[in-house]
Ligand binder design. Sequence first.
Ligand SMILES: Nc1ncnc2c1ncn2[C@@H]1O[C@H](COP(=O)(O)OP(=O)(O)O)[C@@H](O)[C@H]1O
Ligand SMILES: [Mg+2]
Length: 258
Amino acid sequence: MDSPPLLIEDFGQKVDLTRRIREVLLNYPEGTTVLKEIIQNADDAGASSVRLCLDRRSHPSHSLLSPSLSHFQGPSLLAFNDAVFTDDDFISISRIGGSTKHSQASKTGRFGVGFNSVYHLTDLPSFVSGKYVVLFDPQGAYLPHVSSANPGKRIDFVSSSAISAYNDQFSPYCAFGCDMKTPFNGTLFRFPLRNAGQAAASKLSRQAYLEDDISSMFTQLYEEGVLTLLFLKCVSCIEMYIWDAGEFEPRKLYSCSN
Ligand SMILES: Nc1ncnc2c1ncn2[C@@H]1O[C@H](COP(=O)(O)OP(=O)(O)O)[C@@H](O)[C@H]1O
Ligand SMILES: [Mg+2]
């Protein structure tokens, strides 16, 4: 006689991503620490130049990947560096606490959590590097076909001509040499600032960020003497910009170099 088929269910241990991020934020102070983590990661990646920009523009919402992404077309922090993500970097950033830098003594990052301090500022961090744009949505709430089991997307924007179909989605990344048509020889993060409405509903942080908060962080970072403070190995120039509504390009506020 045939025995009945085994009843095997999915039953693994899982971490709740939003809870894990809240824990990370408890252990990372707000303010310039977030900017320092971004600069440190650029340095580990071998970048020589970092540019931070408070983008005060609001972008249109007619051609987005999904209607709910319209909440993220407002002011943002942009962070550029001139190093491109390796395959390992893409793997590493998609884990929390799983840095692939462990074995590399020359790198400062170790624990694979520092990047996640950006969740102080935003509910939807994203970046362009090489031919890819990546968007993280830990709440599984905003991206198309997203879920808590699969909380982000990576898009090859070059071969899919993404910008022609979704201009409003991707034109905000056109800055610091990134044109969203050809592979970008650098990395540009975009962190749309968490506004009061998002803060009221966010499972990540109840803290809203205003444009003035970012300006103050820039001033503080400059006054702290960021270049000497961080013992950087590769980064020799850090610039801070502001991009006002209606302007074609950002305006430089501070420049630190050695
Ligand atoms: N600017 C960057 N360029 C290349 N890779 C990056 C950059 N920022 C983050 N990463 C990738 O994301 C991973 C996670 O960053 P982080 O959470 O700060 O951990 P850690 O620096 O301890 O490895 C890094 O190990 C790296 O692979
Ligand atoms: Mg790091």
